[in-house]
Design a protein around this ligand. Structure first.
Ligand code: PLP
Length: 374
């Protein structure tokens, strides 16, 4: 049987990985400044993470959501404390798209409305409502196009109000730092204005923290810089450090009822063990503070790069925008320097999404490689 060929692949086969490094089948070491697409938060194969999942697997890996699972409560308490969102309610699922799908569905249940407002250059996933709210017509099939979504330019607050005023929009969904779109973000005034307009017109405010959450920006969630309280917060990627787990945090005003949302795999024992290990390491190793420090160091070093237009993003969700398309440079970095980086919708932007455990020496190594190539 052949694989359904939907991914253009780089010619590299990872065999094992440790902290910020991935090793190929010949044991060649690659510096991971991509984190498997912002997924690796606490570093590859962290001993505590491996131990916690292994020990859980020895006991029980999975049972359905129809039974008691104390790990879910332990996780909710720990997540609440660390994220400073302890008054929110937690619903588990398995991926970022699924988190957004559930967030949009909940918003529609709660408001009784069905239109969505999303922003230009957004990416929210590849499933039904999530892909419809993604600004990329190439990945929207006719079956998804039935979803009614208005796309507004990031920052266009008048347009947001004009649309919500019509009273048909159940949710505004927003990445506080756009990931796939190219690291754009707005000043605080924009986000607070959107939140206010949402309240006024009974529209829920969904913060898509799938990529920016779990400490990646130096805050637990990227929206926290702006002092707002979203109605729903979606999470995935860094949450499980590679174990497929996602979730939404739901404002206490939104009341649950049996059957409203559901999942077979979401919140299973292994997923909880993986996420608990991530939270424990984030806290014990002070990785959010560390992300801020490494970010400052990275930005300082990057200032001296030739051909650089801007440095975008926050914490360890960063982008280097050059005055030329970066596709060839990215390949050279992988094949000649053995450094993984990411791309985005902006062809001139190199995306940097390393494990939060990255050290100054790794950043120095990357900067040396860039200086050589530029
Ligand atoms: C902001 C954002 N939302 C949602 C998703 C979809 O997540 P998943 O691929 O886990 O479905 C992504 C994936 O890149 C993302 O960056």
């Amino acid at each position: 049987m052949s694989l359904f060929d939907v991914y253009p692949l780089f010619d590299m086969t990872p065999a094992f990985a440790k902290d910020v490094f991935v090793y190929d089948t010949n044991e060649v070491e690659y510096l991971d400044l991509y984190g498997g697409h912002a997924v690796i938060s606490i570093g590859h194969s962290h001993p505590h993470y491996v131990q916690r999942i292994s020990e859980q697997l020895q006991k029980i890996g999975f049972y359905s959501n129809a039974i008691q699972n104390p790990l879910q409560h332990e996780l909710a308490t720990k997540l609440g404390k660390l994220s400073k969102c302890s008054n929110y309610q937690l619903f588990f699922c398995n991926s970022g798209a699924e988190a957004n799908e559930n967030a949009l569905k909940l918003a529609s249940f709660y408001t009784g409305k069905k239109k969505v407002l999303a922003f230009k250059n957004s990416f929210h996933g590849r499933t039904s409502a999530a892909v419809a709210a993604t600004d990329n017509p190439n990945i929207i099939a006719p079956i998804n196009a039935q979803q009614e979504v208005d796309f507004v330019a990031l920052g266009d607050i008048e347009k947001v109000e004009d649309i919500l005023k019509e009273g048909k929009t159940c949710a505004v969904i927003i990445e506080h730092i756009q990931g796939v779109g190219g690291l754009d973000e707005m000043p605080t005034a924009f986000y607070t204005a959107v939140a206010k307009i949402c309240k006024k017109y009974n529209t829920l405010f969904i913060a898509d923290e799938v990529q920016s959450g779990f400490g990646r920006t130096g805050d637990f969630f990227a929206f926290q810089k702006h002092g707002i309280m979203p109605d729903i917060i979606s999470m995935a990627k860094g949450m499980g450090n590679g174990f497929p787990v996602g979730g939404i945090l739901i404002h206490p005003d939104l009341k649950p009822s049996y059957g409203m949302l559901g999942t077979t795999f979401g919140g299973n024992h292994l997923a909880c063990a993986a996420t608990l290990a991530v939270l424990e390491i984030l806290q014990k190793e002070g990785l959010m503070q560390h992300a801020c420090e490494m970010s400052a160091y990275f930005v300082e070093k990057a200032q001296t790069l030739p051909k650089l237009k801007t440095i975008k993003g926050r914490g360890l969700m960063l982008g280097l925008e050059f005055d030329f398309p970066i596709a060839a440079l990215r390949k050279t970095l992988i094949y000649q320097h053995h450094i993984f980086t990411g791309s985005s919708k902006n062809p001139n932007l190199l995306r940097i999404l390393p494990p939060l455990t990255i050290q100054k020496k790794h950043i120095d190594h990357f900067m040396d490689a860039l200086h050589q190539e530029l």
